[in-house]
Design a protein around this ligand. Structure first.
Ligand code: OGA
Ligand code: NM2
Ligand code: ZN
Ligand code: ZN
Length: 364
């Protein structure tokens, strides 16, 4: 084991401490970016002197004679083994919910508040991040407006469906989206890598005969599966499923697990889509168990206590985390064009950054 540095009762690896130096030689003063590669970090690094003055710890290192200054408070929170690895996608960083948690529907913000610079904007975007959904009300029912909504917090993710896509009945549908059929709970585009992290659906014209939406928190569903059938949960975190989509201009295939967990075992993503999932490729002796696990999870996803029902009215735009929240719609019987939504995708990192910037400004 390498040398360690004793700072009062705190023992820290000298290598790690040397690597954590933020002085102007180690970090670029303007950008804060690191200036040194790990190759410049001598594995024999040790400390030759340590002095503590209040919160300030000054350490001189050997063999490079470098002097670094650290905050004791920061070290207590961040020294190896003290902080968890950053993963803002994981269920630990989010708030799971079921339908009863939202008796008045999803968190809601008005279009003018979302565009404004008041607290409603940052509260709403924080809720979108932690709960995974947000209803924006009063977005003018004009074509293309959904792009203005996404631009309030992130960047459009253009796909083969375009910058935006129209969800309405078409004469030659290339996707069940473009029919009046019921669509079960799903995440969009699991046949794409990476999957779009956010989806928006803006209602221009609603249906008088069906076409209601249902939203389910996939993290809550996964937690239920884990509690009720841990073996099925494990199988769905291990079984790689292939998803596929094809039309005249597009051939897409991607593989991932229905439930993604990180190295700490926390759920961080859901991929689920009846339309595009392919029969699983697994060892012959596992086939029945995999189907049983898929069936068990599918049955949880349609439990009424998880289902948040939502009838979109014109000017409503629902925004949700497509790596976590599953969405569904009931069948509708109106003819072509009567029900009309416009949708688009974005990535989660843009939202995360917008929320962080707003909250950083709020702390100042
Ligand atoms: C879809 C879809 C939603 C709707 O086709 O993937 O989710 O309300 N459509 O039509
Ligand atoms: N649409 C609505 O992922 C999917 O195939 C769901 C996507 C066609 C863009 C539908
Ligand atoms: Zn330094
Ligand atoms: Zn969809």
């Amino acid at each position: 084991m390498g040398a360690s540095v004793l700072i009062g009762d705190l023992e820290v690896s000298a290598l790690w401490l040397r690597d954590s130096c933020i002085c102007d030689e180690c970090r670029h003063a303007g950008s804060g970016q690191r200036l040194r590669s790990v190759l410049a970090l001598d594995p024999s690094t040790s400390a030759t002197s340590v002095s503590v003055d209040g919160d300030s710890v000054q350490v001189t290192f050997a063999p490079d004679d470098h002097v670094g200054v650290f905050s004791l408070q920061w070290l207590r929170a961040n020294a190896p083994g003290r902080a968890t690895v950053f993963d803002d996608r994981s269920s630990r960083s989010r708030t799971p919910w079921c339908a009863a948690d939202m008796p008045d529907g999803p968190p809601t913000v008005s279009w003018s508040e979302l565009r404004g610079d008041g607290p409603a904007r940052s509260i709403a975007l924080r809720e979108l991040f932690t709960l995974g959904l947000l209803l924006v009300r009063g977005v003018p029912a004009h074509e293309g407006q959904v792009l203005d909504v996404v631009r309030t917090f992130g960047f459009v993710r253009t796909t083969n469906y375009g910058d935006l896509f129209d969800v309405r009945v078409e004469p030659q549908p290339t996707n069940l989206a473009y029919t009046g059929r019921a669509i079960g709970p799903h995440t969009d585009n699991p046949y794409r890598e990476p999957v779009p992290g956010i989806q928006l659906l803006h209602c221009l014209t609603s249906s008088a005969n069906g076409g209601e939406n249902v939203l389910v928190d996939g993290f809550s569903a996964a937690a239920v599966l884990r509690a009720e059938d841990p073996a099925a949960f494990d199988l769905l975190t291990q079984t790689r499923l292939t998803f596929a989509f094809e039309d005249a201009g597009t051939v897409l295939r991607a593989t991932g697990t229905a439930i993604e967990v990180n190295a700490d075992g926390d759920v961080r993503g859901i991929r689920w889509n009846d339309r595009s999932v392919q029969p699983p490729q697994v060892a012959a002796e596992r086939v029945d168990d995999v189907y049983a696990a898929l069936r068990t999870f599918a049955a949880i996803l349609v439990r009424p206590d998880l289902e948040l029902h939502l009838t979109l009215a014109p000017e409503d735009c629902i925004v949700f985390d497509n790596t976590r929240i599953l969405h569904a719609r009931t069948a509708f019987t109106d003819g072509a064009g009567a029900r009309h939504l416009q949708g688009c995708y974005a990535d989660l990192d843009g939202l995360a950054s917008t929320v962080a910037v707003l909250e950083r400004a709020g702390r100042r």
